[in-house]
Design a protein around this ligand. Structure first.
Ligand code: SF4
Length: 343
């Protein structure tokens, strides 16, 4: 047996005994539901398995298949995504579900190339769905797989890792192989202190042989994250607070939110307040880190009176603010403001 087959065979044997039981996975011997595979792969991009688990379960209880998601109200889908971040993922899920319903007879296409034509399905997701849901041979490289492969072959850089992953991906059980690599990376070949003693691939692992496991994968130098500032406005009227819908395009586009002006390099103060009112700044701020910048938000509060007429928005009961589907940064601000006003 050559090295390629040995790695796949050893890994699949380990997987059959140690696979993680996750809510989107098929039971052994059953076929995976392509919708659940696709949804889980989208949710798991940038979000941990622990966070995704309960969110996935409630999502499929509400939208159990592609047809129900295609018919869903987009604003409700966005609200259900609240807190998972990277909201373009949710918008693309709806768009792709509608494209599947309209153009593919309600079934996800079963090849990588056809999957890639759907909104939001990039190379990774198309490969993962083709392999896991349809058993196609596809090379699936997420962060866990990248780590395992980089260590096995002492491969530096994404192209080298991908080429090495290509050489060990088997023709049969490619979906199980992908999930096995993910499980090995998550539970054994961890970023720190990999548990090589428990690893089924230890005999053929170059990084283990050289004692350089934690030097791989080689990470590109991190760019400094720019700092931006903004102000969040909390306008209260009779136990309700003004919420607005963010512009459809741009960061957190289309989401329900507290009013705020542009997020800029200088502290903006009160100039973008939604209405003229007796605004006062609280002595606290809220910080949040996005992928491309860090944000510090000042918090301004005011009471609306009968003459206060914001140009847009809706008043929402403060006591039910947790059910408004606010993105994490606004939910954080709402908690901080309520704590300060009630404390
Ligand atoms: S032997 Fe160690 S470093 Fe190599 S793949 Fe296994 S856990 Fe990772």
């Amino acid at each position: 047996m050559d090295a390629k087959h040995s790695i796949a065979a050893d890994l699949l044997r380990w997987y059959d005994a140690h696979r993680r039981d996750l809510p989107w996975r098929a039971r052994p011997g059953q076929r995976a539901d392509p919708y659940r595979v696709w949804l889980s792969e989208v949710m798991l991009q940038q979000t941990t398995v622990a966070t995704v688990g309960p969110r996935f379960t409630s999502w499929v209880a509400r939208w159990p298949d592609i047809a129900s998601l295609a018919a869903a109200d987009e604003a409700e889908v966005m609200a259900a995504w609240a807190g998972l971040g990277y909201y373009a993922r949710a918008r693309n899920l709806v768009k792709a579900a509608r494209a599947v319903a309209d153009e593919h007879g309600g079934r996800l296409p079963d090849t990588e190339a056809a999957l890639r034509t759907l909104p939001g399905l990039g190379d990774y997701t198309a490969a993962a769905v083709a392999a896991i849901a349809f058993g196609r041979r596809a090379v699936v490289v997420d962060a866990n797989v990248e780590r395992v492969v980089a260590r096995l072959f002492i491969a530096a850089g994404k192209p080298a890792v991908r080429a090495a992953a290509e050489t060990i991906t088997p023709d049969e059980r490619a979906g199980d192989f992908a999930q096995a690599m993910m499980d090995l990376g998550a539970t054994v070949c961890t970023p720190r202190n990999p548990r090589c003693m428990l690893c089924p691939l230890t005999a053929g692992c170059a990084a283990r042989r050289e004692g350089v496991q934690e030097s791989y994968p080689v990470k590109p130098a991190k760019k400094a994250r720019p700092q931006r500032y903004g102000t969040i406005f909390w306008l209260e009227r009779g136990g309700e607070v003004l919420l607005v819908r963010r512009p459809a395009r741009g960061l957190l586009g289309g989401m329900r939110a507290l009013p705020t002006g542009p997020w800029a390099e200088d502290r903006p103060g009160l100039e973008d307040a939604p209405v003229a009112a007796g605004w006062r700044m609280l002595n606290i701020a809220v910080s949040h880190v996005f992928t491309h910048f860090a944000l510090e938000l000042a918090l301004a509060v005011a009471d609306a009176d009968a003459h206060t007429r914001p140009a847009s928005g809706e008043y929402w009961p403060v006591a039910r603010i947790d059910s408004a589907g606010l993105p994490t940064v606004f939910a954080k601000a709402a908690r901080a403001i309520r704590g300060e006003l009630c404390g």
